[in-house]
Design a protein around this ligand. Structure first.
Ligand code: G3P
Length: 217
């Protein structure tokens, strides 16, 4: 399973990229606004920090406008992936861009039928929002299972990119279901490294090592 970080904070991205475990980045207009930097400039900076895809989202709602914005965004760097909303115009844009070889992430997916349509439109990634689905009384992970089943039934190559992740259990369940990618905020990814027994174990080992009076090297 690939790990993407869901942020436009370049310091956080650089920090995670240094682990060698980061496969890509996703952004959205909210995250770009939060970063407080020029969209094009910050996207270019992010593209230089990771080798994998960096999702940059269009804000136009019509097909022609989306195509115009995508043209500007895909010139930023070779690893830009155009993010479009799951609407009729969004999928029309997805079809046009992927036919030309541009990677597309279809976002704001809340149903398995929407995911089916995105796959038919040739989406590189489909982004179902599990956290927001849960927040509204639905079962986000059930949506991921349904999409996995449908994509496997028809051997669709669209990758399931689990988005709107709130905690480690979402990550664990995504891996059990066989999602292709998760995108999570930096704090959630950093939390995956941690366990209270790991910390306690290190503390115990270091205390005993100090008593031994030995050194390495
Ligand atoms: O970037 C898309 C998605 O991950 C947003 O998550 O936390 O705003 O629901 P959230």
């Amino acid at each position: 399973m690939k790990f993407f970080v869901d942020t436009a904070d370049t310091a956080e991205i650089a920090d995670l990229a240094a682990t060698g475990l980061l496969d890509g980045v996703t952004t959205n207009p909210t995250l770009i606004a939060r970063a407080g930097k020029d969209f094009i400039e910050v996207t270019r900076e992010i593209c230089g920090l990771v080798d994998g895809p960096v999702s940059a989202e269009v804000v136009a709602l019509d097909h022609a406008g989306m195509m115009r914005e995508a043209e500007i965004l895909r010139k930023i760097a070779d690893n830009v992936c155009i993010k479009v909303p799951l609407t009729i115009d969004g999928l029309k844009t997805c079809k046009a861009l992927t036919s030309e070889g541009t990677k597309v992430n279809v976002t704001l997916c809340f149903s398995a039928n929407q995911a089916l349509l995105a796959a038919k439109a040739g989406a590189t990634f489909i982004s179902p929002f599990v956290g927001r689905h849960d927040d509204n009384g639905f079962d986000g992970m059930e949506l991921i299972s349904d999409i996995r089943l449908i994509y496997d039934n028809y051997a669709f190559e669209t990758q399931i990119l689990v988005a709107s992740i709130r905690h480690g259990v979402h990550v664990l369940d995504s891996a059990k279901i066989g999602a292709d990618v998760i995108t999570a905020p930096p704090a959630v990814i950093k939390g995956l490294f941690k366990h209270v027994l790991t910390d306690k174990g290190i503390e115990g080992f270091l205390a005993d090592w100090a008593k031994s009076g030995q050194k390495i090297g």
